[in-house]
Write a protein that binds this ligand. Structure first.
Ligand code: PGA
Length: 252
C-alpha cells in the first residue's frame, strides 16, 4: 500500500439524521442491503453505545424480513485485555447479546479478539491472518471516541498499525467507567485492529451520536489528517460514510 502521507485525500459522505432511530435505520439499511447483495459478506463490527440501535434494527430485519446472516463472517474491532467472553462488559458478550444470539449468524464465523489469550501478540497476528484468509473486510462499522479514536487506536497510533495490544488513554478509561462498578475495574489495556487494518476495509461507515462527539467529528472530517486524531486517517479512504445526529454534527 502507498505510504500514508502520499495517499490522496477524500471527502467522506456525511449523512445527518434527526433522530437516533432514523440514524439506526439508515445504517442498518446499508448493512442489510450489503448482506442481501452478498450473503457471504465479511463485516467489521463495533461495540459501544453508537451501534446499539443499528443492531436492534438488523435483528428486526432478520426477524421480520428474513435477513439471512447464515453465511456472513464478522470480525470485531477490539476487546478488553483480561475480560473473558462471559464477562458482561466484554465486547464478545455485548456482541452475543446485541446481534449474534438474536440472529442466525454461524458462531464459527464470528470473530472477536480474545482478551484472555495467553500470547496476545501471537493472537493479534493470527487475527490479522484470519481477516486475510476470509478475503478482507467488505464493510466496516465504526464509532468514534471523544478523543478521535477508532477501535481502540488512541491518538498517536500509527496510520499503518495492525492488530495489537494497546494501553488505553485516561480519557477512554473515564469514558468507559460508567459501564463498570468503579473506574478501577476498567481494564487499562485492549487488543484492537490497527488503523492500517481498518483502512483496508472496502467500505466504512462511522456513526457518531451526541454533543460530546462534535469536536472529535469536526477534527476528523475537517481538521488536519494526522495520527493525533486517528479518525482523520479515514480521509485517505475513498468509500467512507459518516452518519451523525445533529448534536454530533454541530461542529461541521
Ligand atoms: P460509544 O464509543 O459508541 O460508546 O460512544 C465509541 C468509541 O469509543 O469508539
Amino acid at each position: 500500500m502507498m505510504p500514508f502521507l502520499d495517499r490522496p485525500l477524500h471527502h467522506p459522505k456525511i449523512v445527518v439524521k434527526d433522530t437516533v432511530q432514523q440514524l439506526a435505520q439508515h445504517v442498518a439499511g446499508i448493512f442489510a442491503e450489503a448482506i442481501t447483495d452478498n450473503p457471504s459478506i465479511v463485516l467489521g463490527l463495533a461495540t459501544g453505545q453508537s451501534p446499539v440501535g443499528t443492531y436492534q434494527e438488523l435483528v428486526d430485519w432478520h426477524r421480520r424480513r428474513g435477513l439471512d446472516f447464515s453465511r456472513v463472517t464478522s470480525f470485531n474491532l477490539d476487546e478488553y485485555v483480561g475480560l473473558a467472553a462471559d464477562h458482561p462488559q466484554s465486547f464478545r458478550y455485548f456482541m452475543q447479546q446485541q446481534l449474534f444470539d438474536p440472529t442466525n449468524i454461524d458462531p464459527d464465523r464470528t470473530h472477536v479478539p480474545d482478551g484472555t489469550h495467553d500470547d496476545l501478540s501471537e493472537h493479534a497476528r493470527q487475527y490479522e491472518r484470519a481477516i486475510e484468509r476470509a478475503g478482507g473486510i467488505d464493510l466496516q462499522l465504526l464509532g468514534i471516541g471523544t478523543n478521535g479514536h477508532i477501535g481502540f487506536n488512541e491518538p498517536g497510533s500509527p496510520p499503518e498499525s495492525r492488530t495489537r495490544v494497546i494501553s488505553l488513554s485516561e480519557q477512554t478509561i473515564a469514558a468507559n467507567a460508567p459501564y463498570f462498578p468503579s473506574i478501577h475495574q476498567v481494564p487499562r489495556r485492549a487488543i484492537t485492529m490497527g488503523i492500517g487494518t481498518i483502512l483496508e476495509a472496502r467500505q466504512i461507515v462511522m456513526i457518531a451520536l451526541g454533543s460530546n462527539k462534535a469536536a472529535a467529528v469536526a477534527e476528523a472530517v475537517a481538521g488536519p489528517v494526522s495520527p493525533s486524531c486517528p479518525a482523520s486517517c479515514l480521509r485517505t479512504h475513498a468509500n467512507v460514510t459518516v452518519v451523525l445526529d445533529h448534536e454530533a454534527a454541530a461542529g461541521l
